[in-house]
Ligand binder design. Structure first.
Ligand SMILES: [Zn+2]
Ligand SMILES: [Zn+2]
Length: 332
């Protein structure tokens, strides 16, 4: 019974293939010579058309059975498992049943091998991602519909991901999610490759590449440090000379000097440095109270109101007068 059931199933499957086989079957059917019929069955079997011929009625099941008993090929039951695909649950189930019975039979017809339509679903996702390499941009979730490409290192905002491994961008395009990492992962991937230290006056730089794609590099500038001055010398100003403060950079040795104005003299009071006498002048000065420099000098008049020659003249005159008077008295 099982054998007939399998044949019946094969017939049913073969009916779905088409009528082209019928023509072949008709030819076989017309040739009813016993030897020729066996050859035809063999030929059909080799071409894989035997089942269809049986299904169309071109070859009777009895004839096939006879041919088999006469030493014909039994590949109908032995070859088909290797040809039977296992890509559909239905055929796998059918094959299992047959195997349990110990006699595996024909595979499902090709119509049943038709690929199952893949249903692509989208689930919500969000976040900013970075492309780790150049990626194609699709305008649908089918990878054949490339419309453009993104450079490596491009930031994309993602709104969804598909069941076939794509990210949907906020612009409605699709990219391969395996070529994207999160922004955080991207930022964590920077590794320093070169550094130029900044100096007091020149900016430095640090160059990085990204572990996610070492071809991608970036360079950050390090601002110039600016000088770091300390006071290394001071010179106080005097009455007449400028003062100065010297600053020196502890890093590069650069120096500059700030000057302060001279203070100027501070005048003190008049001071007599030479006392005047009866007939000689004295001297007085004003000195700077800071540095002692004589700023002004003046003479101080003698204490006698009359100059010495006048006094002498007066004295001589008096003596002369006295002499004249004395001489006149002696003559008398
Ligand atoms: Zn410096
Ligand atoms: Zn002074």
């Amino acid at each position: 019974m099982k054998k007939y059931y399998k044949k019946f199933r094969n017939i049913a499957c073969a009916l779905m293939v088409g009528v082209s086989v019928v023509g072949v079957g008709n030819v076989v059917y017309a040739d009813t010579r016993p030897g020729s019929l066996d050859n035809a069955i063999d030929a059909l079997r080799e071409e894989g058309l035997l089942d269809e011929a049986i299904a169309s009625g071109a070859v009777s099941q009895e004839a096939v059975a006879r041919e088999g008993l006469a030493g014909g090929d039994t590949s109908t039951t032995t070859n088909t498992p290797a040809e039977a695909p296992s890509d559909s649950g239905e055929s796998a189930s059918s094959s299992t049943t047959d195997t349990s019975s110990g006699t595996v039979t024909t595979a499902p017809p090709k119509q049943e091998k038709k690929k199952t339509e893949v249903v692509i679903t989208e689930s919500e996702a969000s976040g900013k991602f970075v492309t780790t390499t150049a990626v194609d941009l699709y305008d649908t979730n089918k990878k054949s519909n490339k419309v453009s490409a993104l450079d490596a290192g491009t930031i994309v905002s993602i709104t969804a991901e598909t069941s076939n491994g794509l990210f949907k961008t906020e612009d409605g395009y699709y990219v391969d999610k395996t070529k994207c990492v999160t922004v955080d992962e991207w930022e964590a991937g920077w590794q320093e490759t070169e550094r130029t230290d900044a100096t007091c006056t020149d900016a430095g730089s640090v160059t990085y590449n990204n572990v996610n794609n070492t071809e991608i590099t970036k360079t950050d500038e390090i601002p110039a440090l600016g000088h770091s001055y300390d006071v290394t010398d001071t010179k106080e100003p005097t009455c007449t000379e400028k003062g100065s403060t010297t600053y020196t950079c502890g890093r590069c040795g650069d120096t500059y000097i700030e000057e302060t104005d001279a203070l100027g003299h501070q005048e003190g009071d008049w001071t007599i440095v030479k006392e005047p006498r009866l007939f000689s002048k004295g001297e007085k000065v004003i000195k700077c109270t800071v540095c002692g420099e004589v700023l002004k000098t003046e003479t101080v008049e003698q204490t006698c109101l009359l100059p010495l020659p006048v006094v002498i003249a007066i004295g001589v005159g008096i003596v002369a007068i006295i002499a004249v008077v004395v001489l006149k008295k002696k003559k008398i």
